[in-house]
Design a protein around this ligand. Structure first.
Ligand SMILES: Nc1ncnc2c1ncn2[C@@H]1O[C@H](COP(=O)(O)OS(=O)(=O)O)[C@@H](OP(=O)(O)O)[C@H]1O
Ligand SMILES: Nc1ncnc2c1ncn2[C@@H]1O[C@H](COP(=O)(O)OP(=O)(O)O)[C@@H](O)[C@H]1O
Length: 280
């Protein structure tokens, strides 16, 4: 038999993929005329129908969204001229259904040594154990790659936060619970990141830990170096930190009285639960 004479069982469906053993000769006459083959054809036809309905639904969704809009509209965003947003029928809500959770950004801000990374890891671990997918964008880590070109001068910190905000937005759009933990010392930059996301999908967590506690911890010896004048522009020492005024969650830690990282992370989990982010 000439292989080129073999035709797929149904248009758009590879018989070898969907039906396993099943194949057709020319003239669409099946080699196997046993009842099992007939059942498989029926099943394949039903599956095709369902797939068609799914795809049609998504195409309709796109068509509705574009109704009355100029499809060829080009934009200028920053220095990018003549660009056009490309829509895809698989959307955030579809990915969220797959993941059984709602994509969002947990933005943890606070002084160096306040416990941002520790809480982020505890939170990510607890979410993992519950079957929720999260991803951490840690300032220190992101500066090892994407943001390696940025220093700690004010304009570079602004750019650092902007880039991480944009990446976090992509993760949230992918359906992840994105945990960003950066000092992010300026209120305005955090507000910018908040404004990138739909209402309530940006959850600001303030590590409200006094400078004295952070300095006593000093796990990397950076405060010591800053006090000795060997690091210039260190946050809290000779560079400003603007505490949030309206954070969704405040994790307080006073001298000698600090809840465990797990207890702190549990507070964030409770918030996410109440707000409905841990289900789709
Ligand atoms: N000048 C200065 N000021 C503050 N922090 C400094 C500085 N130089 C180096 N580091 C180390 O960089 C980590 C903070 O990076 P971030 O990207 O979170 O900072 S920022 O949001 O851009 O302000 C920070 O990590 P954390 O301690 O985890 O916060 C420090 O280890
Ligand atoms: N809840 C906590 N209680 C006591 N120590 C903590 C707590 N959270 C973090 N630490 C300790 O504080 C230090 C700084 O924590 P880290 O997570 O690295 O802070 P940051 O990321 O804000 O710089 C670490 O030595 C860590 O073990």
């Amino acid at each position: 038999m000439n292989a080129s004479l073999l035709k797929p069982a149904l248009p758009g469906i590879s018989s070898s993929k969907r039906l396993g053993f099943f194949s057709f000769s020319d003239g669409n006459k099946p080699f196997h005329s046993k009842p099992r083959g007939v059942c498989l054809i029926k099943a394949a036809m039903e599956e095709t129908q369902t797939l068609k309905q799914d795809v049609n639904g998504m195409v309709d969704k796109l068509a509705n969204r574009h109704a009355g809009k100029n499809h060829n509209q080009l934009s200028t965003i920053g220095n990018s001229t003549n660009i056009k947003w490309h829509e895809c029928p698989v959307e955030k809500i579809d990915r969220e259904k797959l993941l059984k959770q709602k994509g969002c950004v947990i933005w943890i801000t606070g002084l160096s040594g306040s416990g941002k990374s520790t809480v982020a890891c505890a939170l990510s671990h607890m979410l993992y154990q519950r079957g929720n997918l999260s991803y951490i964008l840690d300032g220190d880590n992101v500066r090892h790659g994407l943001n390696r070109d940025l220093s700690f001068k004010a304009e570079d910190r602004v750019e650092n936060i902007r880039r991480v905000g944009e990446v976090a937005k992509l993760f949230a759009d992918a359906g992840f619970i994105c945990i960003a933990c950066l000092i992010s010392p300026y209120r305005r930059d955090r507000a910018e990141c908040r404004s990138m996301l739909p209402n309530r999908d940006f959850v600001e967590v303030f590590m409200d830990v006094p400078l004295q506690v952070c300095e006593n911890r000093d796990p990397k010896g950076l405060y010591k170096l800053a006090r000795a004048g060997k690091i210039k522009g260190f946050t809290g020492i000779d560079d400003p930190y603007e505490p949030p005024l309206d954070a969704e969650i405040v994790l307080q830690c006073n001298t000698g009285d600090c809840s465990s990282p797990c207890d702190l992370a549990e507070k964030v989990i409770s918030y996410l639960e109440v707000e409905g982010y841990l289900q789709a």
